[in-house]
Design a protein. Sequence first.
Length: 68
Amino acid sequence: AGVGMTEEEFSKRYHVCSCRVVRMEHVPKAKAIREARGLIKMVINPKTAEIVGVHMVAPLAAELIHEA
């Protein structure tokens, strides 16, 4: 599941990207629902620190992406 820009889209447009990949086991909501398998990738504008995209690969990604 995903929302916003991908790393590729952002990099093509602005030629720079500050992206982070976080394991679901480090996400409080995932711990709360006892489903900590998966990854989250955040696409961040390094100039403004604005999160411009979030993409998840996890069993409940479609439900959790609304929290992003």
